[in-house]
Design a protein around this ligand. Structure first.
Ligand code: ADP
Ligand code: MG
Length: 640
């Protein structure tokens, strides 16, 4: 909590109708009501830590009802004597079956005085309990704050009157529907503010001058002499869009969005080749060491053939090797550097960074991205790749300032991965099938969920590997988890790729990017503990060649029917966007994107699922208002 706006934007999460005082005689079981009473026979019973259980009989002339408050300070019991009160609560059965009200919200006032209209005789808001502040106090503070601001709420500009009215209604609704309308109004304001921010960032990104990098020669070279396959139509289109950006004189800020297996790496590689052909350097930043190593390997196959000098920088390149690498980079004798976020650390200096590629960017904070931007002046052309199909609404919030290229097509000959949800009784059969696949020279992934990284992760992979070893004693099994030192990790992956150990039991470290075309079967244990988008991503590790591929989602015995139904979507479709929409509906954006670094701006009022769908429309409004010179958005929401 830092500003008045922060405070006022902590809005009620529900409302209670306290417009009418009920009579005690008319109270009904389990039915919340507000009554206006005085007290008789106040008694307190000492409980632990000096707290009291306070009992009293509340009477309003039509009848009497017993009231009990738990965990009160002695001062509370004293204050009851001789007071009148508005009580809000639901009558329940006491120990002898009598009607009583437990822990009602209690508002005391002197005889002759009126009940405070903030808490009763109206619809009142109920607030999330933050820092142990009860709703009542929250309400009082909101009232005082709104009163104090009054018409002088100058921290917000033109839209202030409207916003202030909406805040007033959201905290203190004047009638039944006004709260909902007010919340919707505030959500709209928030979306406008967000859209305005995105527009500003977009404009700022577009102002950056960029090195002019003509692309034609590189494209011809790559397509004719280097790549072992023709590009798909979608890849060609993306390459064209990128080439135009690179030659435009303004710095590129482009998102390359393509489902798993759609062939993003080669597109990125081409951008890197274009840089090299023009005497500029390029960098590719991947979220994990495994991925960085994989990228370095696949890019090496193409780029080295085209004369590009490639370097790999991860946390494990240390000492003299690191020093040599950094010197080569600064001297310009490395053309393309692949690595993890180690790339954006301060000692890393490029001689002339022209193109920066970021893979799976939502796994990085926005801060990482901008640090890469600052590695060169003028700032480099930036290409961001993501395989997470992001529903359009969310994409706007996260990537709204970027231009977008979409790979909506897979390389030819790929058939959808046959996917089945199975319970544990099918596990033996699935393992036998795994044995058949490896006997046919193919590879099998087995993924186990790791709730937390660490010892449990290691134990989970070992246990599963042991079970498979018992079922398939002849077959080599590798184990991969986040705790493995990276040299061993590489050895395990190499053994898997070469077929020496054709079954790989791993945690989700293989989720993104790992590319072993011979893999044809993906088995996921306890599949119910994954989000759909994540399973789709895992499934993307197979079906990467012209061979038929399968995915077995094994659900635990305890998994509810509902979880199975959720997973069944994967049996029916391989459309990543559809799957992502479903995930967003059922589990929210945190799950879809990885909670910590979703890249989604914090939303104060708007709902990240329902309301974000209105963001493109909000953008339209922002553009229209700007064109008319009207003030667009309030800075209430704190989007800089
Ligand atoms: P992703 O988009 O998931 O990163 P990759 O770039 O890893 O996909 O590509 C998946 C696989 O498809 C790789 O083995 C890659 O070499 C191959 N590939 C990419 N483009 C083509 C193409 N046009 N024709 C055939 N294979 C391709
Ligand atoms: Mg990839």
């Amino acid at each position: 909590m830092t500003t008045v706006a922060d405070f006022l934007l902590a809005l009620p999460f529900r409302y209670e109708d306290r417009r009418h005082f009920a009579t005690v005689a008319s109270l009904e079981w389990e039915r919340a009501a507000t009554i206006l009473v005085h007290f008789q026979g106040v008694r307190s019973i000492r409980m632990r830590r000096g707290l009291l259980r306070v009992e009293a009989v509340a009477d309003d002339g039509t009848g009497a009802v017993r009231v009990v408050w738990h965990n009160r300070y002695p001062s509370f019991a004293k204050a009851l004597a001789g007071k009148r009160a508005a009580l809000y609560g639901s009558p329940v059965a006491g120990s002898k079956g009598e009607m009583r009200i437990e822990n009602p919200e209690t508002e005391l006032f002197d005889p002759g005085e009126e009940a405070d209209p903030i808490h009763s005789r109206r619809i009142v808001g109920v607030y999330h309990r933050v820092a142990d502040i009860p709703s009542r106090l929250w309400r009082t503070l909101a009232r005082r704050t709104l009163d104090a601001l009054g018409p002088d709420f100058r921290t917000v500009s033109a839209p202030s009157a409207r916003i202030l009215r909406a805040l007033e209604e959201a905290h203190f609704p004047s009638h039944v529907d006004s709260a909902r309308a007010a919340l919707s109004e505030l959500a709209r304001e928030e979306l406008l503010a967000l859209a305005a921010r995105i527009e500003d960032r977009r404009a700022r990104l577009r102002e950056r001058p960029g090195i002019v990098l003509p692309a034609e020669e590189a494209i011809r070279q790559l397509a004719r002499y280097v790549l072992p396959f023709p590009l798909t139509r979608a890849q060609k289109r993306a390459v064209r869009e990128i080439a135009d950006d690179l030659a435009s004189g303004r710095a590129m800020a482009r998102l390359l969005q393509g489902d798993v297996g759609s062939g993003k790496t080669v597109v990125a590689g081409l951008a890197m080749l274009i840089a090299a052909k023009n005497g500029a350097q390029s960098a590719l930043m991947a979220p994990t060491e495994i991925l960085a190593e994989q990228h370095a390997e696949s890019l090496a196959a193409w780029l080295t053939a085209a004369g590009v000098r490639l370097g790999l920088l991860t946390g494990r390149v240390r000492g003299a090797a690191r020093k040599r690498l950094l010197e080569a980079l600064a001297a310009g004798s490395i053309d393309a550097l692949v690595g993890t976020h180690a790339l954006v650390e301060s000692p890393v200096k490029f001689r002339r960074l022209g193109v920066a590629v970021v893979d799976e960017q939502h796994r990085f904070g926005v801060a990482h991205r901008s640090r890469l931007f600052r590695k060169a002046n003028p700032s480099p052309h930036v290409l961001i790749m993501t395989a997470t199909p992001i529903p359009r609404s969310l994409a706007w919030a996260i990537y709204g300032e970027l231009d977008v290229s979409v790979l909506d097509e897979k390389p030819p000959g790929r058939s959808p991965v046959l996917t089945r949800v199975r319970d544990e009784s099918a596990r033996d059969r699935v393992y036998r099938f795994a044995g058949e696949r490896t006997a046919a020279g193919e590879r099998v992934y087995v993924v186990v969920p790791a709730i937390e990284e660490g010892a449990r992760e290691v134990a989970a992979t070992r246990e599963t590997a042991g079970r498979i070893a018992a079922a398939l004693p002849e077959v080599g099994i590798g184990i991969l988890h986040g705790r493995l030192p990276s040299a061993e990790r590489q050895a395990v992956l190499a053994d898997f790729a070469s077929g020496r150990r054709p079954i790989l039991v791993s945690t989700t470290v293989v989720e993104v990017g790992v590319d072993v075309p011979e893999a044809t079967l993906m088995i996921v244990e306890n599949a119910e503990s994954f989000g759909l988008a994540q399973l789709h991503q895992l499934r993307g590790r197979v079906g990467r060649s012209e061979r038929r591929s399968w995915c077995a989602l094994i659900v635990g015995a305890a998994a509810a029917e509902e979880a199975r139904r959720r997973l069944a979507v994967l049996e029916q479709t391989s459309d990543g966007f559809l799957i992502a929409e479903k995930d967003l509906e059922t589990r929210g954006p945190g799950d879809l994107l990885g909670t910590r670094q979703s890249g989604l701006p914090p939303l104060r009022v708007a709902d990240p699922v329902k309301d974000l769908a209105r963001l493109p429309q909000a953008r339209g409004e922002v553009l229209a208002m700007r064109a008319e010179g009207r003030v667009v958005a309030s800075d209430l929401f704190g989007y800089p």
